[in-house]
Ligand binder design. Structure first.
Ligand code: SF4
Ligand code: SF4
Length: 202
């Protein structure tokens, strides 16, 4: 059982490597870049993920003995009614700036936002337009939009489905990110109870 979850994590990570290659290509071609220190998208209360997408991160958190701390942070955020991702670390002197404390393990939407595209209701490709990039790099954004017309922008839903199909029962329903992280922790502990103890998030 333990081996199953580890091989699942590795398969998810391989898809993440594909996403990273594609978004790097978009960066290279368009010149789009996230301004240093920008944490605007992480401050959104609307970031979603599936529990499945967060399993590699949970595996890492358990390995570095940080899972209990994260569960406590999620519990605290729930009590406060705060939907901001608990993994975001704001700058001390600027709460709008900051970084992801688990950047290498972030889920699909976080990897693709600003550099990918979605299909609109007519089936046309529409690049995700990041407001910060729109204001700071309008020319680079135009190049991204032009790429979208040639179908060379990575599609969010393609990668979402590639990950989701690996384990549909926990892969197809996006949830607010803190909730998804808590469920991913539960799932991980449930699959590996002997080695990692039995503290379950409620
Ligand atoms: S995607 Fe946009 S909002 Fe998010 S870090 Fe990059 S520039 Fe900032
Ligand atoms: S997982 Fe990381 S990149 Fe995604 S919203 Fe949270 S802090 Fe931001």
């Amino acid at each position: 059982m333990g081996q199953d979850i580890l091989s699942l994590c590795r398969r998810i990570q391989r898809i993440y490597a594909d996403i990273d290659r594609e978004t790097s290509r978009v960066r290279r071609i368009t010149g789009l870049i996230c301004p240093p220190g920008c944490g605007s998208c992480c401050r959104s209360r609307k970031v979603e993920s599936t529990p499945l997408e967060l399993l590699p991160m949970v595996h890492h958190l358990v390995n570095i003995h940080a899972a209990d701390e994260i569960i406590a942070q999620i519990d605290g955020a729930e009590i406060r009614g705060d939907l901001q991702c608990v993994l975001f670390r704001p700058e001390l002197d600027d709460s709008m700036a900051g970084c992801c404390s688990q950047y290498a393990h972030r889920p699909v939407l976080c990897r693709m936002f600003g550099f990918g595209a979605r299909l609109n209701k007519f089936g046309d490709i529409q690049p995700h337009v990041c407001r910060v990039m729109h204001e700071s790099q309008p020319e680079a954004l135009e190049r991204l939009i032009a790429l979208g017309g040639e179908k060379k922008v990575p599609l969010y839903r393609s990668y979402f489905f590639r990950v989701a199909s690996l384990k549909p029962d926990i892969g197809f329903k996006p949830l607010p990110i803190n909730r998804a992280l808590k469920l991913a922790l539960n799932y991980y502990y449930w699959k590996k109870p002997k080695r990692f103890g039995i503290r379950l998030a409620s």
